[in-house]
Every structure is written in structure tokens, then in C-alpha cells.
Design a protein around this ligand. Structure first.
Ligand SMILES: Cc1cc2nc3c(=O)[nH]c(=O)nc-3n(C[C@H](O)[C@H](O)[C@H](O)COP(=O)(O)OP(=O)(O)OC[C@H]3O[C@@H](n4cnc5c(N)ncnc54)[C@H](O)[C@@H]3O)c2cc1C
Length: 490
């Protein structure tokens, strides 16, 4: 591939890189977004509790913190954004449980603070009202602080939708393109990638857990980040109706999370622990799921281990773990002109729309000319989700395309038509199909549908089944045909 050139290069196709790409597509600016993985949103964005929060009930969100401002400014922007790009967004509301008078007085102070800042439509609920809203909640709770604004989204679908909309509006999008080096020239950068060099004038470094490493490539690492590993557990959909709100309780020990929330797809998620850890170690253990279960049972006592269908770990990059995990990096480099780094350890999804506006403003101040793109359309249509359609709509779809009449993933009722559509939208791997359609995300975790999805992928991509990967690179699912292996010399 020859030399590519652009005005702005965005490194990282997580929610933050994607939202910046989409925001910049409002302007007549040449933008390339590069992502090292085979699809978008596979970094911290996929290892997420899916909550659009505002942290009004915790002192970790102080008005003087940059992060707080981005989260609070984003709150009114996220729902309209999701509507424009056709991404599920549900305002479920949040219940912070109160167990005693000491907690009550803390929450009273936090409620007044939220009102002063102007982010509060919080209400105190007594025990009876709380139990009417959430009948399964612990009897230990004497009431709750209720924030009706809190919502849930699907962060990976949000990211994919942002990238698609950015692409429709002229942004060039490159997957499986990893930034390996950056040389700083007089008025431009030359960025080395595994797909060849890219020349650019501005860089937006949105590389998630690698933001500091990418900054170091041009000696612009004027911040220090600490990796904190968070674990999340997933309950089966059959518990879907057990709670309606995101519910949390103050943890009894540091580094633990007592939180449970519905997801837009019907499963419940629960937080387990948050601990400093070696970056890149995504291993999970039964022990951690058990700690999480113990904690979440303090909120909903009826929960059982047999309903946990999976768990995952993800990394939050915090600027100041020692003094509280409250600051982010959204800044133009102090040392290198036209180089902007963004990293919001938590909650990057909730802070995304305001961060995109701020990064655009930083780029303007660094010298980027921003002229309105007359062809910009804020709208993007999501592919059909068969199990969300009415019977009539389903029939219409099946008549047009019989692939929608063939259910491939039984747990999540995902049809062949949806899988083929996901491939048309850019999925090339098993995980690409999983995050775009939910095939493999149900109770059996892909036990039934994996071989079927592999067959469809091979057929549509025109490659042998052995070449299909879980998530790109060397992650092949099938290594040999059994007979070949038996015949092979070992
Ligand atoms: C357990 C847990 C729960 C969370 N819950 C919530 C929540 O409920 N609500 C909320 O708002 N936030 C939550 N967060 C935080 C949120 O997930 C992050 O703030 C957000 O996803 C960060 O997005 P990002 O785009 O900066 O990073 P990422 O999603 O990590 O994206 C960075 C991208 O850069 C790519 N990349 C890295 N290096 C290179 C390179 N050299 N070349 C090219 N590409 C590269 C990566 O592959 C990745 O896709 C949670 C986080 C965790 C870990």
C-alpha cells in the first residue's frame, strides 16, 4: 500500500475514537480512523456495565474535575445521539440504596450538592415506595436516593453506529491497522502502521489502555495512567424482569462494587471488583464471580450462582488512583503541537458526546480549519433485529429474504438474515457477528450456534471454515479437519 495522507488521524476505534470521528464528519476535514482489531469497540468499550451515569451520588465526581464536566454535559446529549444513529437507549433510572441514618445523611448532602450543580432531579424514596418499585430488593434498605436520568445503552453497538455514520459522512475507516510508530516532522506526523505509513497534520490519540504508550511514541506522555481491572458478571435473561432499575449500594470494602443493572438486551449485569492489575491480564476466576455474587446478594438476596452465564474483565485507566479515581485525560499535548490525547477511565461511554465536542474545539485551537460539511447527515439506520419486530414485520422480512426465517442462535433468536446483514456491514469474525447480532451471547454461550455461524461466515466470505477466526489474527476456531489430523504425522 502506498503512502496515505490525511489532515486528522484518529488512533483507536473505541467509543471515544468513534464519537470524535463522527463529530469531525460534520466538517469538511479529511479524517482517517485506524483500529488495530478486526472490529470496533473491542477494547474497554466492550467490557462495560453499559450505564449512562452522572455520578451525582458520589464524591468521586467533584465539580472541579474535568471528567465530571464531560459526564454532566453529555447527559442531555446521549439520548438524541442514540436516536439519530438508531441505537437502543433506555432510561431505567438509578436507585442508590440507603441502609442506615449515617448513609441517609451522606446522601442528603450529595442530593443538595447535585441540586446546586444543576444535575439533580433526585428524589428520596421511603422503604415502601422502594419495594413497590423493586419488590426483590433487600429488606435491609430503609429507602433509596432515586435518579430518574440514569440510562442504559449497548456501548459496542453505539460505537459501530458512530463509525458507520462517520463513514457515511466521509471519514475513512481502517480496521486491523495498528499504529507502530510516530515520527514528528516540521508540520506533520508520519505514522507507521502495519498497513503502511500515514502522513497527517493532527493526531487524536484515543487508544484506550494504550493511550500513554502511543503518547510516549512522540514524547508527549505528560500524564501518568494507572490500570485498574474491573470484573463484570452476567446473569441469564430468564432473570430479566427481576429488577427494572440500576441499583447500587455503598461497598463495604475498598475495591469492591455492589451494583446490578438491567441491560438493553434483557440480561442483568453485576459489578464485582475493581483492583490495580497488570495491564492486559483479562483472566477471570470463579472466585471473583463468587465475591461479586456475595456483594450483589446484599442488594437482591434471591440471586443464585447457577444463573450466572458468563463474566469478563476490563481495564479502566485512571490518572490518580491514590487520591480517588476521578480524573481523565482530554488534552492537547503540552510538548507536541497538534497531538491530542483522550482517555476517560470511567465512565467514557457516559462522557462521549461532550468529549467529542471538546476534542473538536481543541483541534480548532491547534489550528485545524473547521468548515461545515454541507453533506453531513446525522442519521444512520440499524439493521433489523428480528426478535424485536412485530409478527407482521417478521413475516414481511421473511417473505423478502427467507434467511430471516432460519433461526441460527436459539438462545437469542438470531436469524441467518441478521448474520448475513452483519457481514454486509463489515463483520468478518465470530466475535464481530456476536457483538453485532448477539449470536452466541445467550445461555449456551455459542454451544449450539458457533458451528452454524462459522459455516455462514465461510460461505459468505468465500473462504474455508478453517480460516474463520474468533477475533482476527491467529484466533482460528478450527485447526484441522479431523480426518486430516488423524492422517497427519504428529
Ligand atoms: C468493568 C468496566 C465497567 C465499565 N462500566 C462503564 C459504564 O457502565 N458506563 C460508562 O460510561 N463507562 C464504563 N466503563 C468505562 C468505559 O468502558 C471506558 O471509559 C470507555 O470504553 C473507554 O473508551 P475508549 O474509546 O477510550 O477506549 P477503548 O474502548 O479501549 O478503545 C481504544 C481502542 O484503541 C485501539 N488501539 C489501541 N492501540 C492501538 C494502536 N496502536 N493502533 C490502533 N488502534 C489501537 C484498541 O484496540 C481499542 O479498540 C467501564 C469500564 C470497565 C473496565
Amino acid at each position: 500500500m502506498g503512502q496515505m495522507e490525511t489532515e486528522v488521524l484518529i488512533i483507536g476505534g473505541g467509543v471515544l475514537g468513534a464519537v470524535v470521528a463522527r463529530e469531525l464528519s460534520r466538517y469538511k476535514v479529511d479524517v482517517i480512523l485506524v483500529e488495530k482489531e478486526a472490529d470496533f469497540g473491542w477494547g474497554s468499550t466492550k467490557t462495560n456495565m453499559c450505564i449512562v451515569c452522572q455520578g451525582a451520588d458520589t464524591l468521586e465526581f467533584r465539580p472541579e474535575y474535568h471528567r465530571s464536566k464531560l459526564v454532566w454535559d453529555s447527559m442531555p446529549l446521549t439520548e438524541p445521539l442514540c436516536q439519530e444513529i438508531d441505537v437502543p437507549f433506555k432510561r431505567v433510572g438509578e436507585l442508590a440504596l440507603i441502609r442506615n441514618n449515617e448513609e441517609l445523611s451522606k446522601f442528603q448532602k450529595l442530593k443538595s450538592r447535585a441540586e446546586k450543580i444543576g444535575i439533580g432531579s433526585h428524589k428520596f424514596l421511603d422503604q415502601e415506595t422502594l419495594r413497590q418499585m423493586e419488590p426483590h430488593v433487600t429488606r435491609q434498605a430503609i429507602g433509596a436516593l432515586y435518579d430518574p436520568n440514569i440510562a442504559i445503552v449497548d456501548p459496542v453497538r453505539l460505537t459501530i453506529a458512530l463509525v458507520e455514520n462517520a463513514g457515511q459522512n466521509g471519514v475513512k475507516v481502517m480496521r486491523e491497522t495498528e499504529v507502530l510508530g510516530i515520527s514528528q516532522k516540521v508540520n506533520e506526523f508520519e505514522v507507521e502502521t502495519n498497513r503502511g505509513p500515514i502522513k497527517c497534520r493532527f493526531i487524536v490519540n484515543a487508544a484506550g489502555t494504550s493511550v500513554d504508550r502511543i503518547a510516549r511514541l512522540v514524547n508527549s506522555d505528560d500524564f501518568v495512567l494507572y490500570p485498574i481491572r474491573g470484573y463484570v458478571g452476567i446473569f441469564d435473561k430468564n432473570l430479566g424482569g427481576l429488577i427494572e432499575h440500576e441499583i447500587h449500594m455503598r461497598p463495604d470494602a475498598p475495591g469492591q462494587m455492589n451494583i446490578i443493572t438491567p441491560s438493553v438486551h434483557g440480561n442483568l449485569f453485576f459489578g464485582t471488583t475493581m483492583q490495580p492489575a497488570r495491564r492486559g491480564d483479562y483472566s477471570t476466576t470463579r472466585r471473583i464471580a463468587q465475591i461479586g455474587l456475595q456483594n450483589v446478594r446484599k442488594i437482591i438476596p434471591d440471586l443464585s450462582e447457577k444463573d450466572i452465564i458468563n463474566s469478563f474483565a476490563g481495564f479502566l485507566m485512571f490518572r490518580n488512583w491514590e487520591v480517588g479515581w476521578h480524573e481523565c485525560v482530554v488534552q492537547a499535548s503540552l510538548k507536541v503541537p497538534r497531538f491530542i490525547s483522550i482517555c476517560i477511565g470511567y465512565p467514557g461511554v457516559s462522557a462521549a458526546p461532550a468529549t467529542a465536542r471538546e476534542v473538536t474545539e481543541l483541534l480548532r485551537r491547534e489550528g485545524l480549519r473547521l468548515e461545515t460539511n454541507p453533506g453531513f447527515s446525522p442519521f444512520r439506520k440499524a439493521p433489523p433485529v428480528f426478535n424485536k419486530l412485530s409478527e407482521e414485520e417478521q413475516m414481511e422480512l421473511v417473505t423478502k429474504d427467507p434467511g430471516y426465517g432460519h433461526v441460527v442462535c436459539r438462545c437469542e433468536t438470531v436469524t441467518e438474515g441478521e448474520i448475513v446483514e452483519a457481514l454486509r456491514h463489515g463483520a468478518t469474525t465470530l466475535d464481530g457477528i456476536k457483538f453485532r447480532t448477539r449470536a452466541g451471547m445467550g445461555r449456551c454461550q455459542g454451544g449450539f450456534c458457533t458451528p452454524r455461524v462459522v459455516k455462514i461466515l465461510a460461505r459468505e466470505l468465500g473462504i474455508p471454515e478453517e480460516k474463520i477466526t474468533k477475533k482476527g489474527r491467529e484466533s482460528r476456531i478450527l485447526l484441522y479437519k479431523t480426518k486430516e489430523l488423524l492422517g497427519a504425522e504428529l
